[in-house]
Ligand binder design. Structure first.
Ligand code: ZN
Length: 341
């Protein structure tokens, strides 16, 4: 079978004769992977990170969708032909967090797929049936490939962590990015007022069309000053962060007293300083968020079935993976890149 494998930092190879997996074991399903969607996590994995313990070579790809082609013994809830989204980590399924449906807090997680362990960039894979979610009939597998991270992470950040309420105001960083586009759509759907940043004037029309009410080009204007001015110095209820060091303190300045900041990323750098007096006096609440629960994937697919589809920048072939990562790094992607497998 074909597989796209990482052999070392920045060394990706398309393999044509990768051995196919054995028949699915007890409780497992075998999946013909059809699509995977790219994330900044793919860039981190490709570049190599000192703290990521992994055994190379390893299949790339951190989120994906496919079709069940075989089921193992004891699987009664899934059948051949079912279209599914796969959870992106090997959670244990038995710890307290897993039992309570807080899968991304698993106490015995065996790794993030496509980062610590083999990912979705291969034609066939076996997964525990409990870690796949059925795709509604009217959702394409290309859209569904964005459910586990592109949508699921955002669903978890906005609603489980920041508890965004209808009618609140929110600042969404990098509104044209994969998760930025999903955040705009989800917040707009419940009637929030949306402030967003872009790094290029050419993206302003794009994010406005998605539902952004106010847009700041952070390369031209200090976004924190602009947001404070646009909110008549009140600030916003929620900030959706994933940029990191470059924007962290500005993001805090955009919050109302008692406002919530939720973050899932640090593309511009992992370290910063912050004013602790401001933190407690302003009574900020800060949430770190990583991944999502199985329930969040199902909620994401429901939203897609209801017409809230992900914004796809492009649909590419496996061979174009590296070129697409470069485009992602250069912030030239509008929404999500999906790879056909
Ligand atoms: Zn667990």
């Amino acid at each position: 079978m074909r597989a796209l494998k990482l052999y070392g930092d920045r060394d990706v190879r398309l393999i044509d004769d990768e051995p196919a997996p054995p028949a699915p074991g007890e409780g497992e399903v075998q999946i013909r992977v059809r699509a995977m969607a790219l994330n900044y996590l793919d860039v981190w994995g490709y570049r190599g990170m000192a703290f990521a313990k992994r055994k190379l070579p390893q299949c790339v790809g951190v989120e994906g969708s496919g079709e069940i082609v075989a089921v193992g013994a004891g699987v009664t809830d899934r059948k051949v032909g079912d279209r599914v989204v796969m959870y992106g980590a090997d959670t244990c399924g038995v710890c307290k967090a897993c039992r309570e449906g807080r899968d991304n807090l698993c106490e015995d997680v065996r790794g993030i797929m496509g980062f610590h362990i083999d990912g979705f960039g291969r034609e066939l894979m076996n997964r525990p049936s409990r870690l796949v979610v059925p795709v509604p009939a009217n959702v394409s597998l290309e859209d569904a490939a964005c459910a586990a991270i592109g949508f699921g992470t955002v669903q978890h950040m906005l609603f489980d962590n920041a508890k965004l309420e209808p009618g609140e105001s929110i600042l969404i960083h990098a509104g044209a990015s994969g998760i930025g586009t999903a955040a705009i759509k989800m917040a707009k759907a419940i009637g929030c007022t949306i402030y967003t940043t872009v790094g290029d004037d050419s993206k302003i029309g794009f994010v406005k069309a998605l539902g952004a009410d106010y847009v700041v080009n952070y390369r031209k204007d200090r976004f924190e000053g602009e947001v404070r001015q646009m909110t008549k110095r009140k600030g916003v209820d929620v900030v959706f962060e994933h940029v990191g060091a470059d924007t962290w303190n500005g993001s805090l300045l955009c919050l109302k007293r008692g406002g919530r900041l939720v973050t899932c990323g640090s593309t511009s750098g992992v370290s910063t300083t912050m004013n602790l007096m401001q933190l407690f006096q302003q009574q900020y609440r800060i949430f770190g968020s990583f991944g999502c629960s199985m329930r969040n994937i199902a909620q994401s697919l429901e939203k897609m079935a209801g017409g809230m589809t992900p914004v796809l920048d492009s649909v590419i072939e496996l061979a174009d993976f590296e070129a697409a990562l470069a485009k992602l790094q250069d912030r030239k992607v509008l929404g999500k890149v999906v790879v056909r497998i």
